[in-house]
Structure formats: C-alpha cells, structure tokens
Design a binder for this molecule. Structure first.
Ligand SMILES: [Zn+2]
Length: 68
C-alpha cells in the first residue's frame, strides 16, 4: 500500500554548507556577523602573489561581531 519512506537523508551535516574560509568565524548571513577585512592579507586577497588561504582570496572574512 502506501509506503512511507522516512528517509530524510538531507541532514544538516552533509547538506548545504556555504563557502567557509579558514578566516571566517561564521557562515555568511549569520546573525551577529559581518564582513571584515582579512587580517592576514589586509583585503588584498593574496599573500606574496598566492591566494590568501585565510579569506580564500576574497580579501574579506566573516567575523562574529558579538552583539547580543
Ligand atoms: Zn586574506
């Protein structure tokens, strides 16, 4: 008859993960966060000609502002 498939396999663990760079403190769009200039490359996006790993070459990171 009706086969109810309870396979809600869309777990958050393997689900949608916004691009999070090592320098990001929270996923973009998170409440209480804002963009800040990358402390490693100072907004240039690269260090010694190589893409900055901290910000992923974007020059900015997502920082937790810690409002509360
Ligand atoms: Zn950087």
């Amino acid at each position: 008859m009706t086969k109810t498939q309870t396979t809600n396999a869309q777990d958050a663990r393997t689900g949608i993960q916004p691009t999070l760079n090592p320098g990001d403190e929270a996923p973009p769009g998170t409440m209480g966060t804002g963009e800040d200039v990358c402390p490693d490359c100072h907004g240039k996006g690269r260090i010694d000609g190589a893409p900055c790993a901290t910000c992923g070459g974007s020059g900015t990171i997502t920082r937790a502002i810690g409002g509360a």
